[in-house]
Design a protein around this ligand. Structure first.
Ligand SMILES: Cc1ncc(COP(=O)(O)O)c(C=O)c1O
Length: 392
């Protein structure tokens, strides 16, 4: 297969979503992903047993302790307090409990934030390579999606391109750090320069340009690297988080939007976010997960094990002649496709029962992505397949 077929219906949801939908529905992976002997590096799904302590925490929270245990839940004050303390400690920046809007994951958090700030025709900048849903969310909110690229040499934000793309209609920019798929953590210096650009643009436009900080992977950091949240640098930042990555439980939906205490008009924005959560389909985390959050925040996937997989795969793939990156965080690795058509290479690799995600699905043609959530056994078993595939 040389390129992904695209239907008109999918196109109207956002052109950048089309390739991933086609991959999901029509690729070799879509036909073979249930087979027991495959090495599945496609998506960030669990291939190991759940974390110790996860099931008992959820089970404990199933037992009602009062009549409202399963009542409609918005952001429960106990859960807000737990999350505010955890995120404040982690980022070394104080967040107030009432400024934590608990969502059913970052998917919902991003959607709610975009819908809250966008009026018809407003522009939101997002940067490729990108997570597949940004464009569709912006269009769905009535906005215009403005797509830029990272600096392809350094994988850093291209601040000049961002500055040049800002118009009187710009309402926000989505920044994903650590980045899926590059694994890049944007530095304090880069984020400070970005904050200066956004502050100047807000003054010039006479209305705030928001930063939407997609921090889905902010706890998955390798080599003791520093992580800096844009929310600690630029006050008009919505910090969006999900526990689906750090627990590797993407089917268990809990995350949050945190508003920094320095955000302008914070109380009014909080009210708007809350209303938008309700009216965008009750985008709150369900009761049991909110009750369990005090125990859940103590749990994490094994970062050292992910780091071992990264190092093993980088070494082995390099030895075989592939060019791979060296992610600073997240659980992804990106590798240059040995042939220009990444889709064709990915389908070729699947003949050896190794499944990865083509770069055209995340705005980085010519590359493919591996999720390090494949288990150790798959990681080791995949190497002969990678070896044969590069030989043609
Ligand atoms: C960059 C990024 N943002 C947001 C999400 C959504 O996370 P969740 O499904 O846990 O809400 C993902 C999931 O893959 C992601 O990779």
């Amino acid at each position: 297969m040389s390129s992904a077929p695209v239907s008109g219906k999918i196109m109207s949801m956002g052109a950048t979503m089309a390739p991933i939908i086609t991959f999901y529905n029509e690729s070799n992976w879509s036909k073979q992903n249930e087979e027991p002997d495959i090495c599945d590096f496609t998506f960030g799904n669990p291939h190991d047993k759940p974390l110790d302590g996860y099931i008992s925490a959820v089970q404990k929270s199933l037992a009602p302790q009062n009549k409202d245990w399963f009542a409609y839940k918005q952001s429960e004050p106990e859960a807000q307090a737990v999350i505010a303390k955890t995120v404040s400690d982690y980022l070394n920046h104080p967040f107030n409990a009432e400024d934590i809007c608990i969502t059913n994951g970052a998917f919902a958090g991003l959607n709610v934030v975009i819908k809250t700030i966008v009026d018809a025709g407003d522009e939101i900048i997002y940067i490729s390579p990108h997570w597949f849903a940004y464009e569709g969310m912006i269009i769905g909110a009535g906005g215009k999606a403005v797509n830029l690229s990272i600096n392809r040499e350094t994988f850093d934000l291209d601040l000049e391109a961002i500055q040049a793309a800002i118009s009187p209609k710009t309402r926000g920019i989505i920044v994903n750090t650590p980045n899926n798929p590059t694994g890049k953590i944007y530095s304090r210096e880069t984020l400070t320069k970005l904050a200066d650009i956004l502050t100047a643009a807000s003054e010039k436009n006479g209305r705030t340009v928001y930063l939407i900080s997609d921090e889905a992977y902010h706890k998955i950091i390798f080599d003791g690297n520093d992580f800096v949240s844009p929310a600690t640098i630029y006050p008009n930042t919505f910090l969006v988080y999900t526990y689906g990555k750090v627990h590797l439980t993407p089917g268990q939906r809990i995350g949050y939007i945190a508003l920094p205490p320095e955000m302008e008009n914070r109380e009014a924005i909080h009210t708007s976010v809350n209303l938008m959560q309700a009216f965008s389909g009750w985008s709150y985390a369900n009761a049991v997960l909110q009750h369990a959050i005090g125990d859940l925040v103590k749990l994490s996937i094994d970062i050292e094990q992910l780091q071992w997989r990264r190092d093993f795969l980088v070494d082995e793939l390099t030895r075989l002649g592939y060019e791979s990156n060296h992610p600073e965080g997240t659980f992804y690795l990106i590798v240059k496709s040995p042939i220009e058509d990444d889709w064709a290479f990915v389908e070729h690799l699947s003949e050896f029962k190794v499944f990865v995600l083509p770069g055209m699905t995340f705005g980085l043609p010519g590359y493919f992505r591996l999720s390090l959530t494949a288990n150790d056994e798959m990681v080791k078993r995949s190497i002969p397949g990678f070896a044969k595939a590069i030989q043609g």
